[in-house]
Design a protein around this ligand. Structure first.
Ligand code: SF4
Length: 470
């Protein structure tokens, strides 16, 4: 029997890349590849790149420099190591990678990784292979499904891609160029994926897409289904106890999504809804196509539908032309909304995007100072949200053993890690936990006999008052 070939994937960036990396493993498994944690052992190394962060391509080239050493070392021991670059940097700069980095055997864009086996074969016979077109075929129809043991090894929580690409063209963002136009997968395929995951022990599904609530997939009735309709369908699958979705655009929140939050207990009351800025002037320059008032109205609609809902968001500070007044408007919005957490970044230009050509740049010192002020505010809101949980009983979905012996860790509805002393039998179950204390961002507690829904609700009301000062 031929020994298995070893595959090492290094993935950067978003949840979509984490998911894509798993699907690459699944696609290469029938070719005899098994995953290895060590680069030095690998017969194939894939860098699954991200173009969102600053100097993304330079980081790829310095990683490739390290891989060249590993590849030479393997060759000295009579082993052939192949190197592939996948993901958004591959899509954006494929030709340049082939030109600058002879160590690379295969370059493959995010829409084409289902062709990895053929590309590796082509590289073997022709020396190198590049594929960065947006193919007409639906890659999900071609990907090998994960094997049951692979699903079980990945735990009780799983991502499922339902939509890819984006037509919004925010002026700072590369996604429409690297992931292409919005495409939604048919409902039946998603249902098949979730049934397979549920059959193999998955209890929580996070539906992912660059603009997930723009989902408009073909339903089994031949009509176009919204994300809300899809969530209703998935909530009926036995074994699936929690549903989430990410990342949403405020403009695409429709009534079916609001209704899903009102009607589905499996749909977690925690929504990541990026706003990026609290200034209408900057939102217009970003081409976000919504105002601050629109965003607040969307938040109010969610809160009217489900009182225990909480939000996280993304913010960019120092977008070209951002004044102190614009930035103060962002702080004001954060104060008004009251987030359970948020991600904030300094603006940095992405080559090829309209914002990269904008002249009115903000000084590095101003960006640094604004980021500190924003993060202090967000941290104080997150701490208040977590502290308000102490003394309450909340539902936790238990995921795995913790580092501390005897402890099992799970997550609350709001993705807060929660630890209890218990047996491993509780993994995969949603159980009530009375929270006793908070250590940094982790909650510590004890299993409780039953959830007191009223106390969960009072914690949120309390938290919200602490956050907003209302
Ligand atoms: S909506 Fe999101 S993914 Fe689409 S262009 Fe804007 S920031 Fe990028």
């Amino acid at each position: 029997m031929t020994p298995p070939r070893k595959l090492h994937i290094k993935s950067y960036g978003c949840q979509m890349n984490v998911y894509d990396a798993q699907r690459m493993v699944d696609t290469l498994a029938p070719e005899g590849f098994v995953e290895t944690a060590s680069v030095d052992d690998a017969d194939l190394v894939i860098l699954n790149t991200c173009h969102i962060r600053e100097k993304a391509s330079e980081k790829v080239y310095s990683e490739l420099g390290r891989l060249r050493v590993a590849k030479d070392e393997a060759a000295r021991h009579g082993r052939q190591m192949s190197i592939a670059v996948a993901g958004c940097v591959a899509q954006a700069e494929g030709d340049e990678i082939i030109r600058r980095a002879p160590v690379v055997d295969v370059v493959v864009g995010p829409q084409s990784y289902h062709h990895l086996p053929q590309l590796l074969a082509r590289a073997k016979s022709h020396g190198r292979a590049l594929e960065t077109e947006f193919p007409v075929d639906d890659k999900f129809g071609f990907l090998a499904p994960p094997k049951p043991d692979a699903i079980r090894a990945r735990g009780i929580s799983s991502f499922v891609t339902v939509q890819e690409g984006c037509d919004k063209f925010c002026t700072f963002c590369v996604v429409p160029y690297t992931r292409g136009a919005e495409v939604s997968r048919p409902v039946a395929r998603i249902v098949d994926d979730v049934l397979r995951l549920a059959d193999n022990g998955v209890r929580e599904i996070t539906l992912i897409g660059q603009n997930v609530n723009a989902y408009h997939g073909e339903g089994p009735d031949g009509r176009i289904w919204s994300l809300g309709a899809l969530l209703h369908r998935l909530a009926g699958i036995p074994g699936i106890v929690r549903l989430r979705y990410s990342t949403s655009h405020p403009r695409d929140v429709d009534e079916t999504l609001i209704e899903a939050h009102r009607d589905l207990t499996a749909l977690m009351p925690f929504v990541h809804l990026p706003v990026q800025s609290g200034s209408d002037r900057i939102l217009a320059a970003m081409n976000r196509r919504h105002s601050v008032a629109d965003y607040r109205r969307v938040i109010d609609r969610f809160r009217d539908a489900r009182q225990d809902i909480a939000f996280s968001s993304d913010f960019i500070v120092g977008f070209p032309g951002e004044t102190e007044e614009d930035f103060v408007a962002t702080l004001a919005l954060v104060t008004q909304i009251g987030y359970a957490g948020a991600y904030s970044f300094k603006y940095s230009p992405r080559p090829g995007t309209p914002a990269a050509d904008m002249q009115e740049t903000v000084s590095a010192a101003d960006m640094d100072e604004r980021l500190v002020r924003l993060q202090e505010l967000i941290d104080s809101q997150q701490s208040a949200f977590n502290v308000a949980t102490i003394g309450n009983t909340v539902n936790v979905l238990f995921e795995r053993t913790a580092r501390n012996p005897g402890q099992i860790v799970g997550r609350t509805a709001y993705l807060q890690p929660a630890h209890v002393m218990a047996s491993t039998d509780i993994i995969g179950q949603v159980l009530p936990v009375t929270i006793a204390s908070l250590e940094r961002y982790s909650l510590l507690g004890e299993l409780a006999p039953a959830v007191d829904a009223q106390s969960v609700f009072s914690h949120l009301t309390h938290s919200s008052q602490m956050i907003t000062g209302a």
